[in-house]
Design a protein around this ligand. Structure first.
Ligand code: GYE
Length: 322
C-alpha cells in the first residue's frame, strides 16, 4: 500500500469509528438558537451583564441573537416578535418594566417557544407565560441597604433625613429596592425620606437629580440612598460641586457593587454598596441547555450576594469581576 492509500484507509476507519460513537444525526444537529432582548446600556452593571451573556453563549456553543432595546419596552416587544418569527429555540429577556408583557408572551407561548426571564421580573397574572426567572432578590437588597443604615445610625438621636434616587420608573429593581428599604427603616420614626425621585439608573440623571435635591434641601440632607452605583457616582459629583464631602457630610448607600463603586469607596466617597451580580450568562446557558434536554427548570433561580462597606473595599477590589 502506498503512503497516500494508507492515509485514505485510516481516514475511512477514523470516520467509521467516529460514526459509531456519534450517530450522523447528532453530528448534523443544529446549534441551539437563543434570542436575547437586553434593556440597553444604562449602567456599568448592564454592560457587564451583556458581556457575561455574550461570552457564556460563545463558550457554550449556543447561537445568540442579541438585541439592544435602548431602554424602550416597545423595542423589546419588537425583538421578541422577531425571535418568534425566526423560530428560535428559546427566548430570554430582561424586562425594562414589570407590566405590559401579556400579549407578546402569549404569542411566544402559542409558538411553543419557552421564555426565560433574566435579571428583572414581569407582572403577569398567568405564570405559565414564562418558564423561569433568574436573578437577584431586589427586595432583599433594599432591606440590606436599610439594615446597614439602621445599624450605622443606631446612636443618632435626632432626625435622619434621607434623599432617594430611584431606578427606572416601573422597573422591578426600583419598585422592590424602595419597598425593602422602607420596610426596614420604618421601624424607627427618626428615619425620614424627605425627597425621592427617579435618576433612571444613569450617572447623568443621578447627578442632575442630586443637584436639585441639594438646591431644595441643602445641608438638611444626611443620607443618600441610590438604587444603583452609577446614580450614586453621578450624585457624588453633584455633592462635591456643592462644596460638601461625600460619605462624610452625606452618608451614601448604593446597590450593585460594580468596580466604579469600589473605586469611590477606596477614595473615601461612598460608604457602602449592596451586591447585585450581573454575571448571569453561564447560568442562563445552562438553563437553555437543560430546557432543550427536556428538563424542567426551577421557577425561580436566586443569585447569591453580599454587602461591601468601604472598610473592606481595598481588600475586596482585586477579587471583583465586574
Ligand atoms: O441594578 C442597574 C441596572 O436590573 C439589577 O439595572 C438591574 C439594574 C441594576 O441598570 O444598575
Amino acid at each position: 500500500m502506498t503512503t497516500s492509500r494508507r492515509r485514505t484507509a485510516l481516514a475511512t476507519l477514523g470516520g467509521a469509528a467516529l460514526m459509531a460513537t456519534f450517530p450522523l444525526s447528532a453530528l448534523a444537529q443544529k446549534k441551539i438558537v437563543l434570542g436575547f432582548s437586553q434593556i440597553g446600556a444604562e449602567s456599568e452593571w448592564r454592560t457587564a451583564n451583556s458581556e457575561s451573556i455574550k461570552s457564556a453563549a460563545a463558550a457554550a456553543g449556543i447561537e445568540l441573537k442579541f438585541s439592544d432595546a435602548q431602554q424602550k419596552q416597545e423595542n423589546q416587544i419588537k425583538a421578541i416578535r422577531s425571535f418568534i418569527a425566526q423560530k428560535v429555540d428559546v427566548i430570554a429577556f430582561s424586562p425594562v418594566v414589570e407590566s405590559g408583557w401579556e400579549p407578546v408572551l402569549r404569542e411566544a407561548k402559542a409558538a411553543k417557544i419557552p421564555v426565560i426571564l433574566t435579571d428583572r421580573a414581569v407582572n403577569v397574572k398567568d405564570d405559565s407565560l414564562w418558564v423561569s426567572f433568574m436573578g437577584s432578590d431586589f427586595l432583599e437588597e433594599g432591606r440590606r441597604a436599610g439594615r446597614w443604615l439602621v445599624d450605622k445610625m443606631k446612636d443618632v438621636k435626632g432626625d435622619v433625613n434621607i434623599v432617594e434616587l430611584q431606578g427606572t420608573v416601573g422597573s422591578a429593581p426600583a419598585i422592590d429596592r424602595k419597598k425593602g428599604f422602607e420596610e426596614v427603616i420604618k421601624a424607627d420614626a427618626k428615619f425620614k425620606i424627605i425627597r425621592s425621585q427617579t435618576g433612571d439608573f444613569t450617572r447623568a440623571k443621578g447627578k442632575e437629580v442630586m443637584e436639585a435635591f441639594l438646591k431644595a434641601e441643602g445641608k438638611k440632607i444626611n443620607v443618600l440612598y441610590a438604587h444603583n452605583d452609577d446614580m450614586a457616582i453621578g450624585a457624588i459629583q453633584a455633592i462635591e460641586e456643592a462644596g460638601l464631602k461625600p460619605a462624610k457630610d452625606i452618608t451614601i448607600i448604593s446597590i450593585d457593587a460594580v468596580k466604579g463603586a469600589f473605586e469611590a469607596m477606596i477614595a473615601g466617597k461612598l460608604n457602602v454598596t449592596v451586591e447585585c451580580s450581573p454575571l448571569l450568562g453561564p447560568q442562563l446557558m445552562q438553563a437553555v441547555k437543560d430546557l432543550k434536554a427536556g428538563k424542567t427548570l426551577p421557577k425561580r433561580i436566586v443569585t447569591e450576594e453580599s454587602v461591601f462597606p468601604m472598610e473592606v473595599a481595598a481588600k475586596e477590589f482585586p477579587n471583583r469581576k465586574y
